[in-house]
Design a protein. Structure first.
Length: 74
């Protein structure tokens, strides 16, 4: 997966746009926009991180299940 993000600031506000793209296929997986006050930028950052983690969690779980299925237990 690869990610793209942009930040813009105006009049004490900030906007973060983010998207996730499957690197191998170029398939768009997720995108969202987050708006907030500049003084709350760390809360906004937390919101972005939580949303990205939620978007990639199913793919990570599926990859881990595939890897576990083919690797012998030691």
């Amino acid at each position: 997966m690869c990610s793209k993000a942009r930040c813009a600031r105006a009049a004490g506000r900030v906007r973060i746009t983010a998207q996730l793209i499957e690197a191998e296929t170029g398939t768009h997986l997720w995108a969202d926009r987050f708006d907030g006050a500049l003084e709350d930028v760390f809360d906004l950052q937390d919101q972005v991180a939580i949303n990205v983690a939620g978007a990639i969690e199913p793919a990570l779980q599926a990859a881990e299940a595939r890897r576990s299925a083919v690797q012998p237990m030691t």
